[in-house]
Design a binder for this molecule. Sequence first.
Ligand SMILES: [Zn+2]
Length: 110
Amino acid sequence: MNPFETVKQNTSARQVAEFYGAKFNKNGMCQCPFHKDKTPRMKIDNRFYCFGCNETGDAIDYVSKLFGIGLRETAIKICEDLSLEYDKTTQKTRPVVLHTNMVFEILVPY
Ligand SMILES: [Zn+2]
């Protein structure tokens, strides 16, 4: 799975927010990190929503806004910080040419 799918399937926004320091009261509300929140007005389940400044999104949006980093970088950061297994090989291709030449030379001796 790519890091986006891994985060979506293995975490909730609440779990991720708690990991990065959000404290929830008994009503399941926490202080919004995106505006000066005196009383906890952010609600987080699978997505977050702030009743103070209307910020909303999922776990990746939350961390992306919190650290000011891009979405792909955020997805990878969450995977690494929470020790989630994700596919690291999506952007790289293996250099197989050298290997193929070697096999060819072994199979066709002269
Ligand atoms: Zn807010």
